[in-house]
Ligand binder design. Structure first.
Ligand SMILES: Cc1ncc(COP(=O)(O)O)c(C=O)c1O
Length: 464
């Protein structure tokens, strides 16, 4: 249907270049225009209501109408709407937030650097790694190992860390020096008869073989999300990180942990690092740091890493890195308020109640459905993977666009969903979701899934 002239939808088609969109299809299909939010719900320009099953982009942790965050931003804007942190300048919101993060870190951390997005934060980490290794006299130690299906962002270097084809194809990426090892997804990658632990051992051996082949003296860091988010909510097999960390320690390779989605309770602990027993040297967070009300990301570095940066900066005369808006006082004030709210409402306790409830409901209600291959997740994050053949775990051919069809049906039933590779549908609702709202989300999902089955039969995509 062609949108009315001069409507937001028509002007969107005329003027907007959207991230992550098939632009030719968009010229025909147009946008979904969302214009207000309340709690875990958003409303489109026709007034239709949706439950946001992924909190926007895994980020709107406190929902879409938190007045305290609005007030925190307004108050800071009135007091000091901008100041920077270059050349030793400082201001209270940045310092308070840095202190709060260090106090809450999963392991002792030394300093915090602020950026505006997850991608910028990860890019900054890569530059930190290169800079510090030059500064400490190990200029050959520069390569970074990450994982296929990992997601770390889209700037040139962070996209090089990312292990998803769409972020590399036609972009001439990854850059040299970025190496990808296997995905820790037992459901697809585990071999017949192989236990989860044996699978984890195999992945750790693969990592070690890669390090030895490249030369341990050339590898600076291993980069990983505690669970893979955009790659399909992939939960690592038991003992995986324990074994991976033993290899990293043995070869003196730093561990950079990307908690952009996992940080702030998503996995049922304050940090994903705590859920999975990870000891990061560098930790990156964003998204729920400010409940997504304003852009801000943070890089926490250990004392050892800080010493490397400090050493380099005294040689060069400056650490020539930083964004105009690094530690911007307004997003910092919103982030401080967000962390205070988390403490006051006992967000950890809440997620430890609603998280297991969501996991149980998704498994109980959809685990046996003929289209559902795997229901996986931890804490308040999950995925349902749709498959063509439950027994062989065979996915649908991507040309059938089964996930996109499900997403469309979801919208009709009042759900905004996130479809990822292999028709995996993510669930990462605002942390404030209640059990009643989880029930409602599952009811709507169930209706959409049953309709999908009818549609796929009608289109002869599945047998009748
Ligand atoms: C784990 C992870 N790292 C980094 C990023 C990139 O963050 P941004 O989109 O803010 O650049 C994302 C975004 O989803 C992410 O999930």
């Amino acid at each position: 249907m062609t949108p009315p002239r001069n409507s937001t939808a028509a002007r969107d088609i005329a003027y907007a270049l959207h991230p992550y969109t098939d632009h030719k299809a968009h010229l025909i299909n147009g946008p979904l225009v969302v214009n207000r939010g309340k709690g875990v719900r958003v409303y489109d320009d026709q007034g239709k209501e949706y439950i946001e099953t992924v909190a926007g982009l895994w980020c709107a942790s406190l929902g879409f109408d938190n007045e305290r965050l609005v007030q925190a931003a307004a108050a800071q804007m009135r007091k000091l709407p901008f100041y920077h942190s270059f050349t030793g300048k400082s201001h209270e919101p940045m310092v308070d937030l840095a202190e709060m993060l260090i106090e809450r870190a999963p392991v002792p951390m030394s300093k915090v650097f602020f950026a505006n997005s997850g991608s910028e934060a990860n890019d900054s980490v890569i530059k930190i790694l290169w800079y510090m290794h030059n500064a400490i006299g190990k200029p050959e130690k520069k390569k970074i190992i990450s994982r296929l299906k990992g997601y770390h962002g889209i700037t040139l270097a962070s996209a090089s860390l990312t292990g998803l084809p769409a972020n590399h194809k036609l972009f001439d990426l990854p850059l040299p020096g970025f190496i990808h090892v296997g995905t820790p997804h037992y459901y697809h990658e585990g071999r017949p008869g192989e236990s989860e632990e044996a699978f984890a051992t195999r992945l750790a051996e693969e990592l070690e073989a890669t390090i030895l082949q490249e030369g341990p003296e050339t590898v600076a860091a291993f980069y990983a999300e505690p669970f893979m988010g955009a790659g399909g909510v992939i939960i690592p097999p038991a003992t995986y990180f324990e074994k991976i960390q033993a290899v990293l320690k043995k070869h003196d390779i730093l561990f950079c942990v990307d908690e952009v989605i996992a940080g702030f309770f998503r996995t049922g602990s304050y940090w994903g690092s705590q859920t999975f027993g990870i000891q990061p040297d560098i930790l990156v967070c964003a998204k729920a740091l400010s409940a997504a009300y304003l852009p801000i990301s943070a890089v926490m570095v250990s004392e050892r890493v800080f010493q490397g940066i400090a050493e380099g900066s005294s040689t060069v005369g400056t650490w020539g890195h930083g964004f105009t808006y690094s530690g911007h006082p307004v997003p910092a004030a919103v982030a401080i308020e967000t962390l205070k709210i988390y403490d006051e409402v006992d967000m950890l306790g809440h997620v430890r109640t609603v998280g297991p409830y969501m996991q149980e409901q998704l498994r109980k209600r959809f685990g046996d459905h003929p289209l559902v291959g795997e229901v996986r997740g931890v804490g308040l994050v999950a995925a349902i993977e749709l498959v063509e053949d439950k027994a062989t775990r065979k996915n649908f051919d991507p040309s059938k666009k089964v996930g996109a069809k499900m997403s469309k049906l979801g919208e009709q039933h009042g759900l905004i969903m996130r479809v990822m590779t292999n028709d995996s549908i993510g669930f990462s609702p605002p942390l404030i979701i209640t059990t009643a709202e989880i029930d409602e989300m599952c009811d709507r999902f169930g209706r959409a899934l049953d309709e999908l089955m009818v549609q796929l039969r009608r289109e002869s995509i599945v047998a009748v």
